[in-house]
Design a protein around this ligand. Structure first.
Ligand SMILES: [Fe+2]
Length: 221
């Protein structure tokens, strides 16, 4: 739950994902960035503004809507720019599937992300959709299910290569599973002490906790 809601860990841990994805979209601490980081963060901010204006001009809602708290079905959505070609979550940022998902001609659609409380997130691109669910199996085990969707007429090996379509998120999921396992071990250590969330990089984790408390209060009322 926490890992998916912050991207402070993305730079050092997700070499594949951070080719298409800008970690800045999940918050960052300006004072912790070096000169190159500040330039890149500014490039991202400018790109969000320019891309959203272009997409909305094409009739595609893109700006951020954040209703993560204050309702049982909390959600956040935003069309996020993808780096380089702007097309897809692939190793070269180019579309993985030859057939588009819809009728829109613009291939550089970024990824319309839809994060829902508490346990699913979905990324809609021009060529494919990725959808994730995290299902608790027991106190110490979680099943993460990822589904890749392409155009219903697309043929594997002809219109898309399965490895190319799935390699970025398969690597990312494994990296996150390893990180979460270490964090779980740490949290179970008797020496572990809870801390506070970073106001810069963990604002979305904070909102998850707030939503969870709201739901508990509602349930107990
Ligand atoms: Fe991650």
């Amino acid at each position: 739950m926490e890992n998916n809601r912050e991207c402070y860990h993305c730079g050092p841990n997700h070499p594949e994902l951070t080719i298409p994805l800008f970690a800045y979209g999940f918050g960052f601490s300006p004072t912790e960035l070096d000169e190159a980081g500040r330039t890149d963060a500014q490039r991202y901010t400018d790109l969000v503004e320019a891309s959203c204006s272009r997409w909305e001009g094409e009739g595609l809602p893109s700006r951020e809507v954040d209703e993560l708290t204050g309702r049982p079905t909390g959600f956040r959505t935003q069309r996020l720019p993808i780096d380089q070609s702007g097309e897809s979550y692939t190793m070269d940022t180019r579309a993985a599937c030859r057939l588009p998902m819809g009728a829109v001609q613009d291939k550089a659609l970024g990824a319309l992300s839809f994060w829902t409380q508490p346990n699913s997130w979905h990324h809609f691109m021009g060529d494919h959709v990725i959808t994730f669910t995290a299902l608790p199996l027991s106190a110490g085990r979680t099943l993460v299910r990822t589904t890749w969707l392409v155009n219903k007429n697309a043929v594997e090996g002809v219109d898309y290569d399965l490895e190319r379509l799935t390699e970025v998120w398969k690597a990312t999921n494994q990296q996150d599973a390893d990180l979460v396992a270490i964090a779980q071990q740490g949290a179970q250590d008797p020496a572990y002490e809870t801390g506070f969330y970073s106001p810069y990089t963990e604002g979305l984790v904070e909102k998850f906790a707030a939503w969870y408390i709201e739901r508990l209060k509602d349930y107990l009322a």
